[in-house]
Design a protein around this ligand. Sequence first.
Ligand SMILES: NC(=O)c1ccc[n+]([C@@H]2O[C@H](COP(=O)([O-])OP(=O)(O)OC[C@H]3O[C@@H](n4cnc5c(N)ncnc54)[C@H](OP(=O)(O)O)[C@@H]3O)[C@@H](O)[C@H]2O)c1
Length: 279
Amino acid sequence: MRNKNFALITGASEGFGKALALECAGRDMDLVLVALPGSGLANLACFIERNFEVRVLFFEHDLSKKEECIRLFEEIKQRDLKINMLINNAGMGGTHFFEERDAEYYYRQIELNVVAPTLLTHCFLQIPERNSPSYILNVGSLASFFYLPKKGVYGGTKSYLVAFSKSLRRELKSKNVYVSTVCPGGMNTTPMLILQNKNMKGMGRWSVMNPEKVAKIAINGMLGRKEVIIPGFWNRLFMFLDKLLPRWFKEILTDRSMKQSKAFTNPVTYSIQPLKPAI
Ligand SMILES: NC(=O)c1ccc[n+]([C@@H]2O[C@H](COP(=O)([O-])OP(=O)(O)OC[C@H]3O[C@@H](n4cnc5c(N)ncnc54)[C@H](OP(=O)(O)O)[C@@H]3O)[C@@H](O)[C@H]2O)c1
């Protein structure tokens, strides 16, 4: 008989979330995938079910809205799904000066990167018949640890996830619930990031990883009950150097690397105008 536990992955339609979904499917885990409406989750669910012997359910919700986070878990309860893994992956990135975006943008970023994982974790822990052991994996970033220009709000949201996860982990250990945070450096996920990463130089460029490789390390780390998972040699080296180097020197290095990070246009920030008919 099939194991009835599901792994719930948010932001599973694209990028790192999709890589996590494929990694979990490869380990014979049944999946609940969540992303925004119209993001192609139906196709992904169908692909995974055809290629792996697992059950895949999907829910389309805007997790930047509190009521939709709650509705997701109501639906899970109604369908009596047993979830013993929660992977809070959905997140909004961005590399730009603070004043370049409006207040609405930051509000949404904080809702998605901070409020949603907090609420979803709370809902997850309320499931009365949750099987044990259970796992929570929060997706942070290397930016959780480095206070980089152009990453102020993003880095802050990811620092929150590390602090929240570490603290919660201590509370839940005795209840057989294990909380981990994975903090990847640059990954080739969206076309824009692939372009940005290609234009980087030196160690920054060498440290870029493919999401599939990071997903494998992340799931190994989560199941191995690691507190903080830093994928890749270069990223671990950055963490090590951060402890060794003086602050002024680190600031010169990171300022230089952020200057090199060329801003590419993200097509989702522009509405596409219909072509005017030729007169
Ligand atoms: N890429 C990197 O270099 C990097 C590095 C460190 C950490 N991370 C973290 O890794 C995670 C995934 O990043 P990624 O690069 O894979 O991003 P991505 O390719 O843009 O994927 C983001 C995923 O989140 C979903 N999503 C976005 N807004 C949502 C919302 N309001 N409600 C529900 N789902 C939503 C997207 O669904 P739709 O397809 O429907 O939009 C998509 O599935 C993020 O938390 C990010 O901060 C990324």
